[in-house]
Design a protein around this ligand. Structure first.
Ligand SMILES: [Zn+2]
Length: 351
Protein backbone atom coordinates (compact mmCIF):
# COMPACT_ATOMS: atom_id res chain seq x y z
CA UNK A 1 0.00 0.00 0.00
CA UNK A 2 2.64 2.49 0.99
CA UNK A 3 5.36 0.70 -0.89
CA UNK A 4 6.77 3.77 -2.56
CA UNK A 5 6.89 5.67 0.67
CA UNK A 6 8.60 2.76 2.39
CA UNK A 7 11.22 2.51 -0.32
CA UNK A 8 11.83 6.19 -0.19
CA UNK A 9 12.27 5.98 3.54
CA UNK A 10 14.65 3.07 3.17
CA UNK A 11 16.72 5.00 0.63
CA UNK A 12 16.85 7.92 2.99
CA UNK A 13 17.93 5.64 5.79
CA UNK A 14 20.64 4.11 3.67
CA UNK A 15 22.09 7.49 2.90
CA UNK A 16 22.04 8.36 6.58
CA UNK A 17 23.66 5.09 7.52
CA UNK A 18 26.37 5.45 4.92
CA UNK A 19 27.11 8.88 6.22
CA UNK A 20 27.34 7.59 9.77
CA UNK A 21 29.52 4.73 8.66
CA UNK A 22 31.92 6.95 6.78
CA UNK A 23 32.20 9.26 9.74
CA UNK A 24 32.47 6.57 12.40
CA UNK A 25 34.39 3.71 10.75
CA UNK A 26 37.37 2.65 12.86
CA UNK A 27 36.66 3.87 16.37
CA UNK A 28 32.97 3.16 16.68
CA UNK A 29 32.05 2.93 20.37
CA UNK A 30 28.55 2.17 19.17
CA UNK A 31 29.73 -1.20 17.94
CA UNK A 32 30.97 -2.23 21.37
CA UNK A 33 27.67 -1.59 23.02
CA UNK A 34 26.03 -2.88 19.89
CA UNK A 35 23.05 -5.05 20.39
CA UNK A 36 21.61 -6.45 17.23
CA UNK A 37 18.76 -4.59 15.68
CA UNK A 38 15.22 -5.37 16.79
CA UNK A 39 14.00 -8.81 15.79
CA UNK A 40 17.42 -10.12 14.72
CA UNK A 41 19.18 -11.65 17.73
CA UNK A 42 21.86 -14.35 17.40
CA UNK A 43 19.91 -17.51 16.70
CA UNK A 44 22.21 -20.37 17.58
CA UNK A 45 25.73 -21.65 17.57
CA UNK A 46 25.50 -21.55 13.84
CA UNK A 47 25.47 -17.80 14.10
CA UNK A 48 28.57 -17.86 16.25
CA UNK A 49 30.29 -20.16 13.79
CA UNK A 50 29.40 -17.88 10.95
CA UNK A 51 31.00 -15.03 12.83
CA UNK A 52 34.09 -17.17 13.30
CA UNK A 53 34.23 -17.90 9.60
CA UNK A 54 33.91 -14.25 8.81
CA UNK A 55 36.86 -13.54 11.05
CA UNK A 56 38.90 -16.11 9.19
CA UNK A 57 37.87 -14.53 5.92
CA UNK A 58 39.93 -11.52 6.86
CA UNK A 59 39.10 -7.92 7.68
CA UNK A 60 37.32 -9.48 10.58
CA UNK A 61 37.26 -6.78 13.18
CA UNK A 62 36.36 -4.19 10.62
CA UNK A 63 33.59 -6.31 9.21
CA UNK A 64 32.09 -6.94 12.63
CA UNK A 65 32.40 -3.32 13.60
CA UNK A 66 30.84 -2.09 10.42
CA UNK A 67 28.05 -4.59 10.61
CA UNK A 68 27.23 -3.88 14.21
CA UNK A 69 27.36 -0.17 13.65
CA UNK A 70 25.12 -0.42 10.66
CA UNK A 71 22.70 -2.56 12.58
CA UNK A 72 22.56 -0.14 15.49
CA UNK A 73 22.17 2.82 13.26
CA UNK A 74 19.47 1.18 11.26
CA UNK A 75 17.61 0.12 14.36
CA UNK A 76 17.78 3.57 15.87
CA UNK A 77 16.79 5.22 12.66
CA UNK A 78 13.91 2.85 12.18
CA UNK A 79 12.64 3.35 15.69
CA UNK A 80 12.98 7.05 15.48
CA UNK A 81 11.68 7.61 12.01
CA UNK A 82 8.67 5.44 11.64
CA UNK A 83 8.06 2.61 14.07
CA UNK A 84 8.12 0.14 11.24
CA UNK A 85 7.34 -3.47 11.93
CA UNK A 86 10.05 -5.84 13.04
CA UNK A 87 10.34 -7.43 9.65
CA UNK A 88 10.77 -4.08 7.95
CA UNK A 89 13.44 -3.27 10.49
CA UNK A 90 15.20 -6.49 9.74
CA UNK A 91 15.15 -5.76 6.05
CA UNK A 92 16.59 -2.39 6.77
CA UNK A 93 19.42 -3.91 8.78
CA UNK A 94 20.29 -6.37 6.08
CA UNK A 95 20.21 -3.73 3.40
CA UNK A 96 22.21 -1.33 5.49
CA UNK A 97 24.72 -4.00 6.34
CA UNK A 98 25.20 -4.93 2.71
CA UNK A 99 25.51 -1.34 1.65
CA UNK A 100 27.90 -0.42 4.40
CA UNK A 101 30.26 -3.37 4.23
CA UNK A 102 30.23 -4.14 0.55
CA UNK A 103 32.29 -7.21 -0.30
CA UNK A 104 32.62 -8.11 3.36
CA UNK A 105 28.91 -8.66 3.48
CA UNK A 106 29.04 -11.04 0.56
CA UNK A 107 31.93 -12.85 2.23
CA UNK A 108 29.78 -13.22 5.30
CA UNK A 109 26.95 -14.55 3.18
CA UNK A 110 29.28 -17.07 1.55
CA UNK A 111 30.56 -18.10 4.95
CA UNK A 112 27.06 -18.64 6.19
CA UNK A 113 26.26 -20.82 3.22
CA UNK A 114 29.41 -22.88 3.46
CA UNK A 115 29.12 -23.22 7.21
CA UNK A 116 25.60 -24.48 6.84
CA UNK A 117 26.68 -26.96 4.20
CA UNK A 118 29.52 -28.17 6.38
CA UNK A 119 27.20 -28.48 9.34
CA UNK A 120 24.75 -30.56 7.34
CA UNK A 121 27.52 -32.89 6.21
CA UNK A 122 27.13 -32.01 2.55
CA UNK A 123 30.38 -31.34 0.82
CA UNK A 124 31.11 -29.75 -2.47
CA UNK A 125 32.90 -26.88 -4.05
CA UNK A 126 32.49 -24.60 -1.06
CA UNK A 127 34.88 -22.02 0.27
CA UNK A 128 37.93 -22.92 2.30
CA UNK A 129 36.10 -21.83 5.44
CA UNK A 130 33.87 -24.88 5.18
CA UNK A 131 36.84 -27.19 5.29
CA UNK A 132 38.33 -25.32 8.21
CA UNK A 133 35.05 -25.55 10.05
CA UNK A 134 34.77 -29.23 9.23
CA UNK A 135 38.33 -29.98 10.28
CA UNK A 136 37.50 -28.78 13.75
CA UNK A 137 34.55 -31.05 14.19
CA UNK A 138 34.24 -34.12 12.03
CA UNK A 139 36.24 -36.79 13.82
CA UNK A 140 39.24 -39.11 13.79
CA UNK A 141 39.21 -42.13 11.50
CA UNK A 142 41.82 -44.90 11.52
CA UNK A 143 42.15 -46.76 8.22
CA UNK A 144 43.71 -50.21 8.06
CA UNK A 145 44.63 -51.37 4.54
CA UNK A 146 44.37 -55.13 5.00
CA UNK A 147 47.36 -57.48 4.83
CA UNK A 148 50.93 -56.64 3.77
CA UNK A 149 53.48 -57.83 1.23
CA UNK A 150 54.37 -60.94 3.23
CA UNK A 151 52.00 -62.60 5.68
CA UNK A 152 53.27 -63.45 9.14
CA UNK A 153 52.24 -66.96 10.28
CA UNK A 154 53.46 -66.43 13.86
CA UNK A 155 50.57 -66.77 16.27
CA UNK A 156 48.82 -64.24 18.50
CA UNK A 157 45.74 -64.55 20.75
CA UNK A 158 42.43 -63.97 18.93
CA UNK A 159 41.44 -61.50 21.64
CA UNK A 160 42.68 -60.06 24.95
CA UNK A 161 43.37 -62.96 27.31
CA UNK A 162 42.35 -65.62 24.77
CA UNK A 163 44.09 -68.99 24.71
CA UNK A 164 43.04 -69.53 21.10
CA UNK A 165 45.50 -68.10 18.61
CA UNK A 166 45.60 -67.14 14.93
CA UNK A 167 48.28 -66.07 12.45
CA UNK A 168 49.41 -62.51 13.13
CA UNK A 169 48.48 -61.48 9.60
CA UNK A 170 47.63 -63.55 6.52
CA UNK A 171 48.71 -63.01 2.95
CA UNK A 172 45.28 -62.25 1.50
CA UNK A 173 43.90 -63.12 -1.91
CA UNK A 174 44.74 -61.83 -5.40
CA UNK A 175 42.99 -60.82 -8.61
CA UNK A 176 42.02 -63.80 -10.76
CA UNK A 177 42.33 -61.74 -13.95
CA UNK A 178 44.62 -58.85 -13.04
CA UNK A 179 46.96 -60.76 -10.74
CA UNK A 180 47.01 -57.75 -8.41
CA UNK A 181 47.51 -58.86 -4.79
CA UNK A 182 44.90 -57.91 -2.20
CA UNK A 183 47.44 -56.00 -0.10
CA UNK A 184 48.12 -53.69 -3.06
CA UNK A 185 44.42 -53.02 -3.77
CA UNK A 186 43.71 -52.36 -0.07
CA UNK A 187 46.65 -49.96 0.14
CA UNK A 188 45.60 -48.12 -3.04
CA UNK A 189 42.03 -47.68 -1.81
CA UNK A 190 43.20 -46.92 1.73
CA UNK A 191 45.42 -44.06 0.58
CA UNK A 192 42.70 -42.65 -1.67
CA UNK A 193 40.20 -42.92 1.18
CA UNK A 194 42.61 -41.05 3.45
CA UNK A 195 42.77 -38.20 0.94
CA UNK A 196 39.00 -38.16 0.47
CA UNK A 197 38.31 -38.12 4.21
CA UNK A 198 40.86 -35.39 4.82
CA UNK A 199 39.24 -33.34 2.06
CA UNK A 200 35.92 -33.81 3.87
CA UNK A 201 37.42 -32.53 7.09
CA UNK A 202 38.34 -35.67 9.02
CA UNK A 203 41.61 -36.42 10.72
CA UNK A 204 43.01 -39.71 9.44
CA UNK A 205 45.61 -42.13 10.79
CA UNK A 206 46.83 -45.03 8.62
CA UNK A 207 48.01 -48.33 10.12
CA UNK A 208 50.34 -48.60 7.11
CA UNK A 209 51.28 -46.56 4.04
CA UNK A 210 53.59 -49.06 2.35
CA UNK A 211 53.49 -52.80 1.67
CA UNK A 212 56.84 -53.47 3.33
CA UNK A 213 55.61 -53.65 6.90
CA UNK A 214 55.02 -56.34 9.48
CA UNK A 215 52.00 -55.38 11.61
CA UNK A 216 49.79 -58.02 13.19
CA UNK A 217 46.02 -57.72 13.34
CA UNK A 218 46.05 -57.00 17.08
CA UNK A 219 48.72 -54.34 16.55
CA UNK A 220 46.50 -52.71 13.91
CA UNK A 221 43.64 -52.62 16.40
CA UNK A 222 46.02 -51.10 18.95
CA UNK A 223 46.64 -48.18 16.57
CA UNK A 224 42.91 -47.42 16.57
CA UNK A 225 42.64 -47.93 20.34
CA UNK A 226 45.56 -45.67 21.18
CA UNK A 227 44.16 -42.97 18.91
CA UNK A 228 40.71 -43.45 20.51
CA UNK A 229 39.34 -43.29 16.97
CA UNK A 230 35.75 -42.40 16.21
CA UNK A 231 35.82 -45.28 13.75
CA UNK A 232 38.27 -48.00 12.71
CA UNK A 233 37.75 -48.95 9.06
CA UNK A 234 39.53 -52.05 7.81
CA UNK A 235 39.82 -52.36 4.03
CA UNK A 236 39.76 -55.83 2.46
CA UNK A 237 38.66 -57.64 -0.70
CA UNK A 238 37.10 -61.06 -0.73
CA UNK A 239 38.08 -64.38 -2.25
CA UNK A 240 35.98 -67.51 -2.78
CA UNK A 241 36.30 -70.96 -4.29
CA UNK A 242 33.55 -70.18 -6.77
CA UNK A 243 34.39 -67.59 -9.41
CA UNK A 244 30.68 -66.73 -9.51
CA UNK A 245 30.69 -65.32 -5.97
CA UNK A 246 30.32 -61.54 -6.10
CA UNK A 247 29.24 -58.55 -4.07
CA UNK A 248 30.37 -56.60 -1.03
CA UNK A 249 29.93 -57.22 2.68
CA UNK A 250 30.93 -55.62 5.94
CA UNK A 251 31.92 -57.45 9.11
CA UNK A 252 31.57 -56.66 12.82
CA UNK A 253 31.41 -58.49 16.15
CA UNK A 254 28.28 -60.13 17.61
CA UNK A 255 26.43 -58.61 20.59
CA UNK A 256 27.75 -61.53 22.66
CA UNK A 257 31.43 -60.96 21.85
CA UNK A 258 33.28 -61.56 25.15
CA UNK A 259 35.91 -58.92 24.36
CA UNK A 260 33.88 -56.03 23.00
CA UNK A 261 30.21 -56.94 22.77
CA UNK A 262 29.58 -53.56 24.42
CA UNK A 263 30.70 -51.94 21.16
CA UNK A 264 28.39 -54.06 19.01
CA UNK A 265 25.72 -51.42 18.40
CA UNK A 266 28.25 -48.84 17.23
CA UNK A 267 30.15 -51.33 15.08
CA UNK A 268 26.94 -52.64 13.54
CA UNK A 269 25.84 -49.09 12.75
CA UNK A 270 29.20 -48.36 11.15
CA UNK A 271 28.97 -51.59 9.14
CA UNK A 272 25.42 -50.79 7.97
CA UNK A 273 26.29 -47.21 7.01
CA UNK A 274 29.36 -48.18 5.00
CA UNK A 275 27.80 -51.17 3.22
CA UNK A 276 24.69 -49.19 2.28
CA UNK A 277 26.60 -46.21 0.94
CA UNK A 278 29.27 -48.28 -0.79
CA UNK A 279 26.87 -50.54 -2.68
CA UNK A 280 24.71 -47.57 -3.59
CA UNK A 281 27.67 -45.60 -4.97
CA UNK A 282 29.40 -48.44 -6.81
CA UNK A 283 26.48 -50.62 -7.89
CA UNK A 284 28.32 -53.66 -6.47
CA UNK A 285 25.82 -56.19 -5.12
CA UNK A 286 24.87 -55.98 -1.44
CA UNK A 287 25.70 -59.26 0.29
CA UNK A 288 25.13 -58.79 4.01
CA UNK A 289 26.66 -57.59 7.27
CA UNK A 290 28.48 -60.59 8.71
CA UNK A 291 28.53 -60.69 12.50
CA UNK A 292 31.39 -62.86 13.73
CA UNK A 293 33.77 -63.11 16.67
CA UNK A 294 36.52 -64.86 14.71
CA UNK A 295 38.46 -61.76 13.61
CA UNK A 296 41.33 -60.87 15.94
CA UNK A 297 41.60 -57.36 14.49
CA UNK A 298 37.99 -56.80 15.56
CA UNK A 299 38.22 -58.61 18.92
CA UNK A 300 41.17 -56.51 20.05
CA UNK A 301 39.37 -53.31 19.13
CA UNK A 302 38.02 -50.85 21.74
CA UNK A 303 36.41 -48.44 19.26
CA UNK A 304 33.63 -48.82 16.65
CA UNK A 305 35.04 -51.11 13.96
CA UNK A 306 34.14 -52.63 10.62
CA UNK A 307 35.81 -54.62 7.88
CA UNK A 308 34.63 -53.88 4.35
CA UNK A 309 35.11 -56.62 1.82
CA UNK A 310 34.85 -54.41 -1.25
CA UNK A 311 34.22 -57.14 -3.81
CA UNK A 312 35.56 -60.52 -4.90
CA UNK A 313 39.02 -60.63 -6.45
CA UNK A 314 38.18 -64.21 -7.45
CA UNK A 315 35.38 -62.86 -9.66
CA UNK A 316 36.84 -61.69 -12.95
CA UNK A 317 34.38 -58.82 -13.49
CA UNK A 318 34.83 -57.40 -10.00
CA UNK A 319 38.60 -57.92 -10.08
CA UNK A 320 38.90 -55.90 -13.30
CA UNK A 321 36.40 -53.29 -12.13
CA UNK A 322 38.26 -52.72 -8.85
CA UNK A 323 41.43 -51.84 -10.81
CA UNK A 324 39.65 -49.17 -12.86
CA UNK A 325 40.74 -45.71 -11.61
CA UNK A 326 37.32 -44.10 -12.20
CA UNK A 327 35.64 -46.99 -10.40
CA UNK A 328 38.11 -46.68 -7.53
CA UNK A 329 36.92 -43.10 -7.08
CA UNK A 330 33.39 -44.42 -6.59
CA UNK A 331 34.60 -47.06 -4.15
CA UNK A 332 36.41 -44.44 -2.12
CA UNK A 333 33.52 -41.98 -2.22
CA UNK A 334 31.09 -44.73 -1.21
CA UNK A 335 33.09 -45.66 1.89
CA UNK A 336 33.50 -41.98 2.78
CA UNK A 337 29.74 -41.44 2.35
CA UNK A 338 29.17 -44.28 4.79
CA UNK A 339 31.50 -42.68 7.33
CA UNK A 340 29.66 -39.39 6.86
CA UNK A 341 26.37 -41.16 7.53
CA UNK A 342 27.78 -42.87 10.63
CA UNK A 343 29.16 -39.63 12.03
CA UNK A 344 26.11 -37.55 11.09
CA UNK A 345 24.33 -37.90 14.43
CA UNK A 346 27.43 -38.36 16.59
CA UNK A 347 29.63 -35.92 18.41
CA UNK A 348 33.28 -36.58 17.58
CA UNK A 349 35.36 -37.60 20.57
CA UNK A 350 37.70 -34.99 21.99
CA UNK A 351 41.28 -35.63 20.98
ZN1 LIG B 1 41.68 -59.67 3.33
Amino acid sequence: MCKIRTETRLCFLLVMILAVMLAGCGSSPAAESGSAAGGNPPKSEETADTAKSTEKAGGAAQAETARAAAADTAADAMKGASGETASAGETGVQTASAAATGSTASTAAASTASTERAASGVTGSTAEQAKEYAAQSRGLIVIDPGHQQYGNPDQEPVGPGASETKAKVSGGTSGVSTGVPEYQLTLDIGLQLRDELEARGYTVIMTRETNEVDISNSERAAVANEADADAFVRIHANGAGSSAANGAMTICQTPGNVYNGDLYADSRALSDCILNAYTQKTGIAYEYVWETDTMSGINWCRVPVTIIEMGYMTNSDEDILMQNPQFQEKMTAGIADGIDAFMADRTPKEH
